[in-house]
Write a protein that binds this ligand. Structure first.
Ligand code: GDP
Ligand code: MN
Length: 361
C-alpha cells in the first residue's frame, strides 16, 4: 500500500482498501458521555458523527452519566440516534459534590481569585466537581461495572474520518491501557501545586506500588528540551512540562482506573484539596497517572483518527489514510494542532512511544 504523502496510486489503493470486507468482533466496551440535559443537541451531533464514522458497524452500547436525572427528551433522542443499547445513570451525590472536609472559606477565595485572573472556568464550582468526578469516580459508577473499556465522548465534537479499525480491539489485542489523539500544554495557573503533590506521591508510594519510572512515559511529561517557539510555554516554575493528553477524547481500560495503583494515586491527590483550592483538570490527572503508573508501551496515540473538540482538531498524517477513510480534514496548517507550537505530540514521538527506538539507535 502507498502510505507516503501524495504517492501515485494512493487513491486507487484507498478505494480498494475500503472494499476489504471485515467482520466486526465486539469487545466488552461502551461509549461514554457525561452530559447535561440542555446539551442534548450537542450530544446528538457527536453521536451522529461517531455512529457514522465508526459505531454503525459495531453497535457498541452508549452510556450516559449525569449529576441530575436525564429528562425524557434527552433519553428518547439519544436512544433514537444510537445504533447500540443505551444506559442512563445518575451519579450519587457523594461522587459529585464538594466534600464536606473542603474548607469553604479557602474554596471561595480560590473561586474569586481565579475569576479575577480570568482563568478558564476559574470561578465555576460545577466544573471542579466535573473534573474531580472524571478523575476519580466515573469508573466506579455501577453502570460501568460490567465493561472493560470506555471511549469518552463529549457533546459538540466531530470525527473527521471513517475509523480504519476498532480502537477497543487495538487496546485489547495490543494490551493498551490508555489511548489519545491530541496532546497539548495545560494552563499552569490551574495546577500550581499538582506536580509537587505527584512528586510527593512518587516519594512516599513509589516503591510500595512498584512504580517503574524508567519504563514509563515519565520523560514525556518532564522533557525539558526546547524547540524554537515552544520556549515560552515551559518558562515555568515546575518540572512538569504541562503536557497532557486532551481527555475529551480518550479510550481507556477501566481496570487500570480500578487498580490499587490508580486509586491510591487519586486518593492521595484528592486529599490535597487541589480539585477545589486550585482547579486541577482530569486531563493532567489522567496524563500524570498514565505516565507514571503505566509502561510507556501501554499508552497509544491513535494517529488515524480525525477529531475536533473546539478549538483544536487533528487529522491523520498519512495521505493514503485520509483518502481511504474519507477524511474531511486537512493535515496542514491551522487545521491540525499536531504540528503547531502548542502541541505536545512531537514530545510524544520523541520521548513517549519513540523513546525506545531512539535508544536502540
Ligand atoms: P471543556 O471541554 O473543558 O470546555 O468542558 P465541558 O463544558 O465540555 O465539560 C466537559 C464534559 O463534562 C462535557 O461532556 C460536559 O457535558 C460535562 N459536564 C460539565 N459540567 C457538567 C455538569 O455540571 N453536569 C453534567 N452532567 N455534565 C457536565
Ligand atoms: Mn468539552
Amino acid at each position: 500500500l502507498s502510505t507516503n504523502t501524495y504517492d501515485d496510486g494512493a487513491l486507487e489503493d484507498a478505494k480498494n482498501f475500503r472494499n476489504d470486507p471485515t467482520t466486526p468482533v465486539k469487545q466488552n466496551a461502551t461509549l461514554l458521555m457525561l452530559v447535561r440535559n440542555w446539551e442534548v443537541q450537542g450530544a446528538l451531533q457527536s453521536m451522529r458523527s461517531l455512529e457514522d464514522r465508526f459505531n454503525k458497524e459495531y453497535n457498541y452500547d452508549w452510556t450516559f452519566l449525569n449529576d441530575v436525572p436525564f429528562d425524557k427528551v434527552f433519553i428518547e433522542a439519544t436512544t433514537a440516534m444510537a445504533s447500540g443499547k443505551t444506559n442512563y445513570a445518575v451519579i450519587p451525590k457523594e461522587d459529585w459534590d464538594c466534600p464536606e472536609w473542603i474548607d469553604q472559606k479557602r474554596f471561595n477565595q480560590s473561586l474569586q481569585l481565579m475569576q479575577e485572573e480570568n482563568i478558564v472556568y476559574g470561578n465555576s464550582r460545577s466544573y471542579r466537581n466535573m473534573c474531580k468526578f472524571n478523575s476519580g469516580y466515573f469508573f466506579r459508577q455501577k453502570v460501568l461495572d460490567n465493561y472493560d473499556y470506555y471511549f469518552r465522548v463529549e457533546p459538540n465534537v466531530e470525527y473527521f474520518c471513517d475509523f480504519p479499525y476498532d480502537p477497543f480491539k487495538i487496546m485489547k489485542e495490543k494490551n493498551k491501557k490508555y489511548g489519545f489523539v491530541i496532546a497539548i500544554y495545560e494552563y499552569e495557573d490551574t495546577i500550581p501545586t499538582l506536580w509537587e503533590s505527584v512528586e510527593e506521591f512518587i516519594d512516599i508510594k513509589g516503591d510500595e506500588l512498584g512504580l517503574d519510572l524508567d519504563n514509563s512515559a515519565y520523560d514525556f511529561i518532564t522533557d525539558f528540551e526546547i524547540y524554537g517557539s515552544n520556549k515560552f510555554l515551559i518558562d515555568s516554575n515546575t518540572n512538569y512540562n504541562l503536557c497532557h493528553f486532551w481527555s475529551n477524547f480518550e479510550v481507556g481500560d477501566l481496570n487500570f482506573y480500578r487498580s490499587n495503583r490508580y486509586i491510591e494515586f487519586f486518593e492521595f491527590l484528592n486529599e490535597k484539596g487541589g480539585f477545589y483550592y486550585e482547579r486541577w483538570g482530569d486531563a493532567p490527572i489522567h496524563t500524570l497517572a498514565a505516565s507514571i503508573l503505566l509502561h510507556r508501551d501501554e499508552i497509544i496515540h491513535f494517529d488515524e483518527i480525525g477529531y475536533e473538540h473546539a478549538p483544536f482538531r487533528t487529522c491523520p498524517r498519512s495521505y493514503f489514510m485520509r483518502l481511504s477513510q474519507r477524511c474531511q480534514c486537512d493535515y496542514s496548517g491551522e487545521n491540525n494542532v499536531d504540528i503547531e507550537f502548542n502541541s505536545c505530540l512531537s514530545r510524544w514521538w520523541k520521548n513517549g512511544s519513540g523513546k525506545k527506538f531512539v535508544k536502540e539507535l
